[in-house]
Design a protein around this ligand. Structure first.
Ligand code: 5GP
Ligand code: MN
Length: 360
């Protein structure tokens, strides 16, 4: 395994005619945008490209031109051959085998070299080439660099739209760490080349809540509880709530940010109960390393946004994860068993926190 450079990626591309791309389970704007852009670029170089993921795109990404060319791996011989006979395999926007879902086995077993293009920490060691930067905003930014290093004029409207989508979604609309003057220059170039109207892309992705999704948000907000002296917030979604409202679990996207937006909260976790276990989404402000918190439970991600999945029922998982909170948010263990605050308390949060912080 080597730490690769842009040149290593381009020479892999140059060497092989048949290429295979994939990304993580529950694909998002960055994984899909990066796949569409990279596949579009490779096609322009005359390559034969197959892109397969473990699952379909979420509804709010269906509008993205090119996303329909991404297939869902079905285990068929034809799909297995695409992977096996590829000159090289590219894994985008995830560095862990267990994030590849049904594609994990076929990708690990592929004959060709396996290249990683990603911005997460702690990459696994089975990649032959790793083009990784944890400092960049998104995998989309790395894909832009690869294309620009080859020939920026290859960035057409479709590629530009995909890159803009990747970068915008992974930066929380240009808010998170990794949003630098350099990134803004890259985005300016993308906007020009794609004649992008930022408001339209934003609206296509974020202004598509269903009434069911909105009712679910209402129910989820009632579950918000505070821990660690009001510095940590938990929000919960159960299958019962999905059933009650008729919303789908993918409509919980972004719920955790409501919990994080509470005054004085520095880290928030969404607990989504599923038939197989509990999915957690961690978010934080500033220096709180939720990637370490998620890794303690087999997950991973970024310092301010990470996730994990526990094969345990909701209450057990939530209890375990929240008990560990003090270790990652830097409060003393004496706060560890702070009782959760009720929603009534949340309503009166300002005065409550005032008294709590004064006590410290
Ligand atoms: P989300 O909370 O939106 O599902 O994920 C936020 C971030 O955490 C993403 O960057 C994603 O790659 C990462 N992430 C989410 N779930 C998992 C997981 O189960 N394992 C690992 N390693 N990373 C995850
Ligand atoms: Mn990403």
């Amino acid at each position: 395994m080597t730490q690769g450079t842009l040149t290593d990626i381009l020479s892999l591309v140059e060497k092989h005619d048949r290429l295979f791309l994939t990304s993580h389970v529950r694909p998002d704007g960055d994984s899909l945008g990066s796949e569409v852009a990279f596949a579009g670029f490779l096609a322009k170089l005359g390559k034969q490209v197959t892109v397969l993921n473990s699952g379909p795109p979420p509804m709010n990404m269906e509008w993205l031109p090119g996303v329909r060319d991404i297939g869902v791996f079905d285990g068929s011989l034809a799909h297995r051959q695409c992977i096996d006979e590829a000159g090289a395999v590219f894994v985008l926007d995830t560095n862990a085998e267990n994030r590849l879902g049904k594609l994990a086995g076929p990708v690990r077993g592929a004959r060709g070299p396996k290249a990683l293009i990603d911005h997460h920490t702690h990459p696994e060691d089975w990649f032959d080439v790793r083009y990784v930067s944890t400092a960049v905003s998104s995998t989309g930014e790395l894909i832009y660099e690869i294309i620009a290093a080859c020939d920026p004029d290859l960035i057409d409207v479709r590629i530009a739209t995909a890159l803009y989508t990747a970068i915008m979604t992974d930066t929380g609309s240009f808010r998170y760490q990794g949003v630098t003057p350099k990134l803004h220059r890259i985005v300016a170039d993308i906007i020009e080349r794609g004649a992008i109207v930022p408001g339209l892309v934003h609206s296509a992705i974020f202004d598509h809540r269903s009434m069911e999704g909105l009712y679910l948000l209402g129910q989820a907000l009632e579950t918000v509880r505070l821990y660690c002296g009001g510095r940590v917030a938990a929000i919960t979604v159960t299958p019962r709530m999905l059933e009650d409202t008729g919303a789908s679990s993918e409509e919980t996207e972004g719920f955790v940010n409501f919990a994080l937006s509470i005054d004085h909260v520095e880290a928030a976790v969404l607990f989504l109960e599923t038939a197989k276990g509990t999915k957690m989404s961690f978010r934080s402000q500033g220096d709180i390393p939720v990637d370490k918190w998620a890794r303690a439970f087999g997950g991973g991600g970024h310092k301010n946004a990470s996730g994990a999945f526990l094969l345990e029922p909701l209450e057990k998982a939530r209890d375990k994860v929240l008990r560990a909170a003090p270790r990652y948010i830097g409060v003393s263990a004496s706060n560890e068993n702070d009782p959760a605050l009720s929603t009534e308390d949340v309503a009166d949060l300002a005065s409550l926190l005032e008294t709590r912080f004064k006590k410290r």
